[in-house]
Design a protein around this ligand. Structure first.
Ligand SMILES: Nc1ncnc2c1ncn2[C@@H]1O[C@H](COP(=O)(O)OP(=O)(O)OP(=O)(O)O)[C@@H](O)[C@H]1O
Length: 263
């Protein structure tokens, strides 16, 4: 469903060049939930911008469902970290969620149906008439998730979506993402700084090296599909997987400190 091949991105400004992403290749089959972790500044956001067609790579290709991405692809939705800036404060929750569906030119009755279903799915059916500034941070992020879901995406990209919410809300939102992923059968690429979050959520964790970036490791998460914040996180296998991913990230950082000698 998502194929990234030989992706390279160099930022150029004046006489300065930053090679943010060197050579990234990976594929996500339809319906997979994969997490992407890597040291700060390794190019995670750059990668997502290239996948979502917001930015052109310097070389390499991104394909969604076999079609090369040259602009925002149909059937893809993105949830960003900064929910406060991604919702329009002058629109109600209902209108925020409905806006992309108007762009899609769906008839009003269908729009209302999708918005209602998405808000119910994130537990905000009661808040349709509220404005974003009347909601807590966690609720605003659920509105952003509802807006993405209502769009009926086949591919959902999430860029550190829970970085700004408290730990309890974060755990609830993680479980929400897994429920929605199963219910709507989407392909999900979830970017996070948090190793525990990546292992808890993903079927697979892609570990990126430090900049300039390559895929350092691709870890299959062989935990039980039914996950639970208490029992999954206290399972011995969870601890093994998290230690493995942690060690990979440390080695990526050391590789960078020693002159970028990553694989
Ligand atoms: N517009 C830009 N112009 C020049 N350099 C940039 C630009 N955007 C990002 N970079 C550089 O590219 C590299 C990767 O940045 P990016 O934001 O993609 O990393 P990240 O992994 O998302 O970071 P973090 O985990 O800290 O959010 C960094 O060295 C950054 O300084």
């Amino acid at each position: 469903m998502l194929d990234v091949t030989g992706l390279r991105k160099i930022y150029r400004g004046g006489d300065r060049e930053v090679e943010a992403v060197r050579d990234l290749t990976f594929s996500l089959p339809e319906g997979e939930l994969a997490c992407l972790v890597g040291p700060s500044g390794c190019g995670k956001t750059t990668l997502l911008k290239c996948i979502s067609g917001l930015m052109q790579p310097t070389s390499g290709t991104v394909r969604v469902d076999g079609r090369q991405v040259t602009g925002p692809p149909p059937g893809m939705a993105v949830v960003f970290q900064e929910y406060g800036r991604s919702l329009f404060p002058w629109l109600t929750v209902q209108d925020n969620v409905e806006l992309p569906l108007k762009e899609k030119r769906l008839p009003k009755a269908r729009r209302r149906e999708l918005v209602g279903e998405a808000l119910e799915a994130v537990g905000l059916g009661h808040a349709a008439a509220a404005h974003p500034w009347e909601l807590s941070g966690g609720m605003q992020q659920r509105v952003a998730i509802a807006r993405a879901i209502a769009y009926e995406p086949r591919v959902l990209l999430m860029d550190e979506p829970f970085a700004a919410v408290d730990a309890q809300t974060r755990a609830d939102l993680e479980d929400l993402v897994r429920r929605l992923w199963k219910r709507f059968s989407m392909t999900v690429l979830f970017v996070t700084h948090d190793i525990d979050e990546a292992v808890y959520l993903g079927q697979r964790v892609l570990v990126l090296s430090s900049s300039p970036t390559v895929v350092q490791d691709d870890v299959r998460i062989d935990l039980d599909d039914e996950r639970d914040q208490l029992s999954t996180r206290s399972a011995p296998r969870f601890a093994e997987l998290r230690s493995h991913v942690y060690a990979e990230i440390q080695s990526a950082k050391q590789g960078a400190a020693a002159g970028g000698a990553n694989r």
